[in-house]
Ligand binder design. Structure first.
Ligand SMILES: [Zn+2]
Length: 326
């Protein structure tokens, strides 16, 4: 048996449409700066550091694509096979002309991949078999996961593909949130957390369209604590609408009505996005006091010693990457 197509996406860009005229020029220089920055870091000698709170707090403010690439739909640009920490030569897909600079920027593809494997410890990663560069233009979706499951009898396995939209990354700092968010999906939707064979309608715990969470999974516990009941019913009424524009408008109103309960607007689009976003804030920001529900969602992760440990590892890797001598 085989099941595929579960996907998790992530929208982080906020500065859409500010540079509509000189989009390509800005894009070119952005990636050039990006490559320079990484070269500088790669050539520097790391120095031990104990904290980089300031950097992590500012990450959200520095995020966003200050360029403008418009395309009519979502395109896969390049596909890389993954083995451990290594990626293969790319398989190039056919794309519109304005995406060619992104497609041909192999150096940036490699840099983002290297950065991902640098900040996320190997033993924590799900079975990643593909790394893809895609683009749906500036803004919109910045990262994506595609999961495939297969099973025979009791044996089941999963493979994951990580996708990133280069149009939305101006530098590595801007890639931080997306990569940690996408890893949040890997952490909460893998086969140790959810069953893919139980039909959602028969699932006793939280289920999305593809998976049935285990009772003790992070997602089911998060859902039980923060979503179950009226909030979920209200969200479902909005999210299940057949008209996608109505869903979009409805989710905006839903967020506005519950702003104190979400770390940002995108978190309100689905429980699995909420858990991935709250995870990202848990990793990237200082421990909050818990005055709002949004803050309590961040505090949720502190109840798991293994996640507190993972947070420290990821933060020290990110900080180690940036706190290099000039
Ligand atoms: Zn997501």
């Amino acid at each position: 048996m085989k099941k595929q197509g579960s996907s998790s996406c992530c929208l982080w860009s906020t500065l859409i449409g500010l540079f509509t005229i000189c989009g390509c020029v800005v894009l070119g220089s952005g990636l050039f700066l990006f490559a320079n920055e990484v070269n500088r870091i790669a050539n520097a000698t790391p120095t031990p550091i104990t904290t980089c709170e300031g950097l992590l707090e500012n990450i959200h403010k520095t995020y966003g694509a200050n360029k403008n690439i418009q395309v009519d739909k979502r395109y896969i640009l390049n596909v890389y096979s993954v083995k451990g920490d290594q990626i293969s030569e790319p398989q190039k897909e056919s794309v519109p002309e304005n995406l060619l600079p992104l497609q041909n920027d192999l150096e940036s593809h490699q840099l983002i991949w290297d950065y991902f494997v640098f900040i996320i410890p190997l033993e924590q990663r799900v079975p990643l078999t593909e790394y893809r560069i895609f683009s749906d233009g500036s803004g919109n979706t910045s990262g994506y996961n595609e999961i495939q499951w297969t099973w025979r009898g009791e044996d089941e396995s999963e493979t994951w593909a990580l996708e990133v939209d280069l149009a939305d990354y101006q530098d590595l700092k801007s890639a931080n949130n997306v990569l940690v968010h996408e890893f949040g999906h890997m952490l909460t939707l893998n086969l140790r957390q959810a069953d893919v064979r139980t039909e959602p309608a028969k699932c006793r715990f939280y289920a999305d369209e593809n998976q049935c969470s285990f009772e003790e999974s992070y997602l089911n516990r998060f859902f039980s604590q923060f979503w179950k009941g009226e909030l979920y019913e209200e969200w479902k009424a909005v999210a299940s609408h057949a008209d996608q524009e109505a869903v979009k408008r409805g989710l905006t109103s839903f967020y506005q009505a519950h702003q104190q309960e979400f770390v940002r607007e995108y978190a309100a689009t689905a429980p699995k996005e909420d858990v991935a976003d709250s995870w990202t804030y848990f990793v990237m920001t200082p421990r909050p006091t818990g005055e709002t529900v949004a803050e309590q969602k961040i505090l949720f992760f502190y109840d798991f010693p293994e996640l507190v440990d993972l947070r420290s590892q990821i933060r020290s890797r990110i900080c180690g990457y940036y706190h290099m001598p000039e």
